[in-house]
Design a protein around this ligand. Sequence first.
Ligand code: CIR
Length: 257
Amino acid sequence: MRLAITREISPAINHCELTHLSRQPIDLDLARGQHAAYEACLRALGCAVHRLPVAEDLPDSVFVEDCAVVLDEIAVITRPGASSRRAETAAVEHALWPYRPLRCIDPPATIDGGDVLRVGRTLYVGLSARTNAAGIDQLEKLGRRFGYSVEALEVGACLHLKSAVTEVAPRVLLVNRAWLPEKAFQPFERIDVDPSEPFAANALRIGHAVLYPAAFPRTQERLESRGISLRTVDVSELAKAEGAVTCCSLIIGDSGE
Ligand code: CIR
């Protein structure tokens, strides 16, 4: 069975980091309800959910994806690019140690899990405002031992690489090309987000299903007409914190290949 690690939303979420969006009030009760529905969806897709306890003073701690890169052989505990987020990793590290040998990213390197897209044995890593070249270099050295190769891509127009691209079926990528380097991912089948839905490229693939935000009906139609089976969730409140569906969990289990 797959395990999904999640974390309760901090009551301080209204003080979250924001890079590309302006601040809008987040309704904490509504956000908690949506987060619980997200977890229910993970369960419906076959995951056992391990929810980490709340961190009152860590506004972005619900976004556990940024704290680790879970591979089949090891888990790499990251060093998030935003200094306000560095203390989030301790609880995630504690939760992961029964499941994987752990490795750590050391200063001055920074890396956010949202910048790491695994496709087969390749780790595509965004060089972004959060992930620096030293972080990519350390991940490359850690992954190489287990047969992973790393490809770096510049990400400037959006927060993380996975804001612009995720895998929705084996070697089928959902992309917002406007946020990616021109020739990125050319060898793959690519499904473009609808131009009116630039934030629609973040989808969470679990086995043969895809967990997807309800906010992007036009891109949803493109995915469904390609035969991708979706389960939609309303994550409108977490979207105000620049979060999407991959960022609220760490999935441990078979890689779905
Ligand atoms: C941040 O700026 O770090 C948070 N407000 C949002 C993080 C979203 N993480 C992700 O997409 N992997």
